[in-house]
Design a protein around this ligand. Sequence first.
Ligand code: OGA
Ligand code: NI
Length: 356
Amino acid sequence: MAPRNPNSEKILDFVVNKGNGIKGLVDTGIETVPDLYILPIEERLLPNNILPYDSIPVIDVSNWDDPKVKESICDAAGKWGFFQIINHGVPLHVLDAVKEAAYRFFGLPYEERNKYWAGNSPTDTVTLKTSFVPQAEAVLEWKDYLSFRCSPRDLESFPLWPPVCRDEVVEYMESAKSVIRKLLEVLLEGLKVKQIDKAREYTLMGSPIVNLMYYPHCPNPDFTAGVRPHSDISTLTVLLQDDNGGLYVRATENDSWIHVLPINGALVINIGDILQIMSNDRYKSIEHRVVANRSKDRVSVPIFVNPGPDAVFGPLPEVLESGEQPLYKEVVFSDYFKYFFSKKHDGKKSMDFARI
Ligand code: OGA
Ligand code: NI
């Protein structure tokens, strides 16, 4: 990586080393985007590359057992990799409460937030971070996030979690569990897997992570990335966004992007790399990116449904049954995870780690 200019070094020190986050920088009243956050033109999302009339499917899941619902889910997973669900059964008040909890946490004074900054946190199950991997990024992402590891064992450290948001995070995770299970059942049934036994459950959803993402308002959001184009490494991701919008999904062809329209009460679902690998490319883990908002602070709350750390995954035997060649080798999840977090967000390159 090329050396940074002295001003960028100063900002990096304030935001990353001192743990102020981009939130702290915005609070100083900056009126322009610092160099450290300015993307080269070819990496920006240009208006010409946004498809104004397209949208990802919206699926009403009030009846999970309806074959048409199952078909819509599997079709969307294969064609778009992204869809929204409505009437999913997670109560609106739970969704609103976790979004409010995110604002509450990021509204805390520096000293209170900083207690959870990576390296300071009383437990490694909760950490506050900024950007993605600042040490590997020439240009940083305009976001801070508080990350909760949420496996049953991780939940033992609940008493050490920030009191302003911990109940809401757990309640959201708990109420989303049955939706996650249903989605996985339907998607795996589409791959001829009849039943999710304990071992498969561990591989599919052994160590979920819930993030409270915070994208403070940005003087010129067109110059910078909230999140760069990337695919998620999860099996699937359940995302709650607020009504500001700003999430874009790569369209099937060319360098064009589709806005994910905020729908009150809906959850955005996307297939992650793991499920693409397990399905031997039947389902698609599609790139997406976030653009911050000029006047409002945006929050979102993804649940990354991840395998247990030592789970081994690869194309499912049910998928390869009829003699199809596997496109991926078997990989231990913790190795995949480490690889992903060693480099900046870079489209779908993380999947090369498992490709044959
Ligand atoms: C992510 C992500 C989208 C959002 O954190 O992987 O894609 O809307 N977030 O915050
Ligand atoms: Ni993502």
